[in-house]
Write a protein that binds this ligand. Structure first.
Ligand code: B12
Ligand code: SF4
Length: 445
């Protein structure tokens, strides 16, 4: 049997260049490859970095689908199905709306692959493929197989999981919806075994909240210290409340941490079910504690809640510049299907179109719902302007100097300047990416 994995890109047309800072190794594909029996021949096209050969000789095509890549994934799937190939889809978008994906696939998988993948392959080989499968969440003992990336050029960052899901209930979050508000820790021996196997320069622990279980994170840090690695991950500001934890993170090589601040306005935090964020204590002091440990911060903010107005943008940019964050994201709220936010906006009759990800002319930066406190075009432009100000040359230099004084690390400073200038350049590139049907002629068959 021959199978083909595909990672679709957002808004890409054949032969086009793609957003550089998004070209990370797709851990999803390495995970699926490791679960696939060795007697099955595997191929992989990463749409973000190469053209897809639609005439490749394979029996089965497997596509991982996120909401932003759904439309492109469907075009790719339809092209293969027109050539008589079977297509199976999985991923966040597929779990949220399996019936939409089934219009373009022979079979869809909700949940995780680990417990169900062999059954699906067996059913396929016996010509008994079902339309829908559900895979329970359980980490595999088998490590992801990165040999599938051979010959492809990715950013020099190794993606590794330390756990899945999050116990919190932020209204907009796809992850907590996907994992039903539960967190599952991965056994620490397996994480260490994986790190020893790949000997990475820099690790991105891809958990959405690496501090979902503090004791697990502390044990992980203790196990990482002897390995002398550098790592980055994502969490909430509560990491700074625990001195022992912060100390262990720094000693184990944590260089940078993404923190979802989301909003400066407590009413917005209440609305998104994240009021615990402002109840943590003095935000400025907690940030200082993290910086003092030599850990820099990638601060993320979300706009478009009911109390967001131009003053909130000003307050947020000033806050981000005052703390001289390593990076910052000024994103607009997006109602991903399956989330409570999507349901609320739908109930309030505020979605501009139900399936915004398929809508003609829908582009990456567009707002697909009616915000309350400002018109949607204004919201879009304010987000773009906030990025332009934060990533202005003057501000990059100021933040770079602060970054160097923080931990005197020349390697990190080099990453800082390279990536900040890349992100600056990509502000407008991303804004013009077509997500919806504007893509329809994107495939050269
Ligand atoms: C790393 C990461 C990135 C990286 C690159 C991703 C990459 N190429 O691998 C970067 C930083 C570039 C990135 C960017 C973005 N990301 Co991102 N990213 C992630 C993150 C943190 C980890 C992905 C990962 O490796 N997971 C580990 C693998 C093993 O798990 P998995 O993908 O879930 O796969 C399992 C199952 O889902 C299933 N499965 C998945 N696909 C398939 C397919 C088949 C056929 C089968 C059988 C099974 C199967 O089996 C797997 C094993 O169990 C996820 C959150 C998360 N923790 O997963 C967000 C996430 C995927 N990103 C998300 C978003 C929104 C984005 C951006 C749009 C953000 C933005 N506003 O710019 C961009 C889009 C970039 C793009 N698509 O090109 C959302 C997607 C939500 C949605 N509904 O689609 C997520 C879920 C984060 C969130 N909290 O909401 N991202
Ligand atoms: S804390 Fe982060 S990962 Fe957890 S539910 Fe909120 S946004 Fe999602």
């Amino acid at each position: 049997m021959k199978i083909l994995f595909i990672t679709p890109a957002i808004g890409k047309k054949d032969n086009e260049k793609y957003i550089g800072t998004w070209k990370m190794e797709p851990l999803t594909v390495a995970t699926l490859k490791s679960l696939t029996p060795k007697n099955i021949e595997t191929f992989f096209f990463d749409d973000r970095i190469e053209n897809i050969d639609y005439n490749i000789d394979v029996d089965l095509v497997l596509i991982s689908v996120e909401t932003y890549t759904a439309h492109r994934a469907y075009i790719i799937a339809d092209t293969f199905r027109n050539k008589g190939k079977k297509v199976i889809m999985g991923g966040y978008h597929v779990q949220a709306i399996p019936d939409e994906a089934l219009e373009h696939a022979d079979s869809v998988i909700s949940g995780n692959a680990e417990m169900i993948w062999k059954t699906v392959l067996n059913d396929f080989s016996e010509n008994k493929l079902k339309q829908k499968y559900y895979g329970e969440n359980k980490f595999s003992d088998i490590l992801p197989d990165r040999s599938i990336f051979k010959g492809k050029k990715y950013l020099p960052l190794s993606l590794i999981e330390t756990g899945r899901g999050c116990p919190n209930n932020c209204e907009f979050c796809s992850i907590t919806t996907f994992y039903n508000h539960k967190y599952t820790a991965r056994p620490i021996e397996k994480i260490i075994e994986e790190i020893k196997q790949i000997k990475p320069k820099m690790i991105f622990f891809v958990d959405d909240n690496i501090c979902a279980n503090k004791e697990h994170l502390k044990d992980l840090c203790r196990a990482l210290i002897p390995l002398k690695i550098s790592w980055t991950s994502q969490t909430a500001l509560n990491v700074a409340q625990d001195d022992e934890l912060l100390d262990l993170m720094a000693k184990s090589g944590c260089k940078n941490i993404l923190i979802g601040f989301e909003s400066m306005d407590e009413r917005n935090l209440d609305q998104m079910n994240k009021s615990w964020n402002y109840k943590l204590g003095e935000t400025d002091a907690l940030i200082e504690k993290i910086h003092k440990k030599g850990i820099s911060i990638y601060a993320t903010f979300l706009f478009g809640f009911d109390f967001d107005n131009p003053q909130n943008f000003r307050r947020t940019i000033d806050f981000a510049l005052k703390h001289k964050f390593f990076y910052a994201a000024f994103n607009h709220l997006l109602p991903f299907p399956g989330t409570p936010l999507y349901q609320r906006l739908k109930n309030e009759n505020r979605l501009l179109y139900d399936k915004w990800w398929l809508k003609d002319d829908y582009k990456y930066g567009d707002i697909p719902y009616k915000p309350l406190a400002m018109p949607y075009m204004e919201l879009r432009n304010y987000c773009a302007d906030a990025r332009r100000e934060f990533f202005s040359v003057k501000n990059i230099i100021k933040r770079g100097i602060a970054q160097f004084l923080r931990n005197k690390d020349l390697f990190l400073l080099m990453i800082f300047f390279t990536q900040n200038f890349n992100l600056r350049r990509e502000i407008d590139e991303k804004l013009n990416l077509p997500v919806g049907k504007g893509l329809d002629n994107a495939v050269s068959k």
